[in-house]
Design a protein around this ligand. Structure first.
Ligand code: E4P
Length: 222
């Protein structure tokens, strides 16, 4: 299962990319806006940090399909065709995904709330779909169940689109989708760091070191 950093902050991306086995970075307009920087210099800096082989996702903000396609093609060319374009699953977005498929542009359908959102996006040609787990749960939905159903539909229909689950507020949600057939997860840096934040690990390591200290001289001299 792939792991992405859900952030546009270069310091956070540098740290997590260095410390953890991540597959790339997902951004969205809200994350970019927080950085208060121009889009392309920021995105290029993120590309430099993660290198050429990891995946980088950039979202369009246009509303009608023609503008979405033009915006996507611009991002695609400026990033040397090494970027995946995120497009919300509006009617216009779905049309744009279909057109971009014919141009050979890779897309991720975002703001996915239901299995049928994912179905229609995959059928239009999206390479990835991003169900919004926490936002689904804020609407009293069951994020994990949505992932399971998307997985089932993709298996039944033999779609090759990958499910990149997104929008998490806790590690329990992440574990639940990981057990439910998600191909990948995109997680904010603070939550990624929580994966290893178990006090017992630190205590165990301290105890191992203490125990080792008591015999080290003896072992070293043999
Ligand atoms: C990912 O690409 C999504 O845009 C993101 O995970 C949404 O997360 P949020 O619901 O925490 O804003």
């Amino acid at each position: 299962m792939k792991l992405f950093i859900d952030s546009a902050n270069v310091e956070q991306i540098k740290k997590i990319n260095n410390d953890y086995p991540v597959d790339g970075v997902t951004t969205n307009p809200s994350l970019i806006a927080k950085e208060n920087r121009s889009l392309f210099p920021l995105i290029k800096e993120i590309r430099n940090i993660i290198g050429e082989t990891k995946l980088l996702f950039v979202q369009t903000i246009s509303v009608d399909s023609e503008s979405i396609v033009n915006e996507a093609l611009r991002i695609w060319e400026i990033l040397n065709r090494n970027v995946i374009i995120k497009i919300p699953v509006t009617v216009e977005g779905i049309r744009a995904i279909g057109i971009l498929k014919k141009h050979g542009v890779k897309t991720l359908a975002t703001t996915v709330y239901t299995p049928m959102n994912a179905y229609i996006a995959a059928k239009a040609g999206a390479d990835f779909v991003a169900p919004y787990v926490n936002r689904i749960e804020n609407l009293n939905g069951n994020g994990t169940q949505v992932i399971k159903e998307i997985r089932q539909i993709f298996s039944n229909t033999k779609f090759s689109s990958e499910i990149i689950s997104a929008s998490f507020k806790n590690v329990q949600q992440i574990k639940a989708v990981s057990l439910s057939g998600s191909d990948g997860i995109t997680v904010n840096p603070q939550l990624i760091e929580k994966f290893l934040e178990i006090p017992s690990i630190k205590e165990d390591v301290q105890q191992f070191n203490l125990d080792w200290e008591t015999v080290r001289d003896e072992v070293d001299s043999n």
